[in-house]
Structure formats: C-alpha cells, structure tokens
Design a protein around this ligand. Sequence first.
Ligand SMILES: COC(=O)c1ccnc(N)c1
Length: 225
Amino acid sequence: MRIDIVTIFPEFFSVLDVSLLGRARESGLIELAVHDLRDFTRDRHRTVDDTPYGGGAGMVMKPEPWGEALDSILDTESIVIFPSPAGELFTQATAQELASEKHLVFGCGRYEGIDERVVEYAATRARVRLMSMGDYVLNGGEVAAMAMIEAVGRLIPGVIGNPQSLVEESHSDGLLEYPSYTKPAQWRGLEVPPVLLSGHHGAIAAWRREQQLERTRRIRPDLLD
Ligand SMILES: COC(=O)c1ccnc(N)c1
C-alpha cells in the first residue's frame, strides 16, 4: 500500500518512522510520503489560507495549493480521505475496508477548513471520503490521519507479527475485547480469574465470550443494536 499525506505540519508525521509502521515501511509493505502543502504555493510568503467568503471567524485554506498538491499525487486508484468532524464515522470496519486499498491520500486541513471546491475537484480525479474520529473537534486533521494510518496499517498482512492477535481484539468481531491477565497469579491481593488457570480451553473460550458480551452490554450497548 502507498500512503501520501498532505499537511502544513510534515514534521508531525516523523513518528511514523518508528515502531511497527516504521518496520513496515522498511520492509516495503507500506510506502509512505509526507508532502508540505506550502511547497505547492507560488507566492513569496507561501500563503495557504485566506479570509472566508461570506464573513465569519478564522481563515479558510486556499484551493490553489491543494489543487497543485493533489494533481502531483493522485492516480485513478487513489482514495482521498479528508479528516473532518463533518465526516462519516471511522470504525474498525472502515479500517478493514481501507486496508485493501492500493493508494490512500490523506488531506489534512487546518484553520476553519479547506475551500470546499478542493473536495469537489478531488472527486473529479479520485474517490473522496470525509472521515470523522468521533463527535469532537481538533485543530487539524493530522491527529486523525495518524490514528487512521495506524488503524489501517496494522491490518495489512505482514505488518503485525502474529495475525491471530488481530482476530481477538476489540471490535474485530463487533464486540469489546475480553479482559487480559498475565503473571503473577496474585498481585496486591488481586487474583487472576481461576478459569484462566484451569487449562480447560473450552471453559476459557466460553468465559472470554461471556466477558465480551457483558462488557459490551455495560459499556457500549449501541454495538449490540
Ligand atoms: C480538523 O479535523 C477535525 O477536527 C477532526 C477530524 C476527524 N475527526 C474529528 N472528530 C475531528
């Protein structure tokens, strides 16, 4: 998979050089490039924003630099993702879906957002989706893009060492994950549930499933609708 990110804070993504995704990039499983939107400006001050038509507080990102940036990146297989509080909710199912794409392009907005014509123009060149991480506002799309890149990247075959660990985690089967324990068996007067020490795999699987259902009912009943 190739991932391109357009942002005015390219240094924000240097963290993607380390850890899991860093290794995935070294192994060629993921090809990632970060583009500074200001490199696509034509004026001396490398201006990326201006006042909003119709008035209102704040500034809007100008369309011209975005047009030049997207023209240099997009191909027919690209899908452009604009992180936005006005987007569709990004879920594990979305991550699974995007993990099979060949080319993800993240357009990270700042200020009061990006001129809407950028989204309209991008849609003439590629598939476009606005994606939200939940009902809250951030200062820019970078944090959301980072979360989506991690959520998607870890699902790409070969990125995670043991693919089985992807099967038993929260939301992979629509439920919250069961609680996990490791040594020591007693810690500060707290015990590990005895069934987990029983070696009885059937009973352990049944207990874990019940824990998933109980937790989901208690914490995220909406997932059971
Ligand atoms: C500027 O972007 C945001 O504020 C944003 C992006 C994605 N999800 C959100 N909940 C907010």
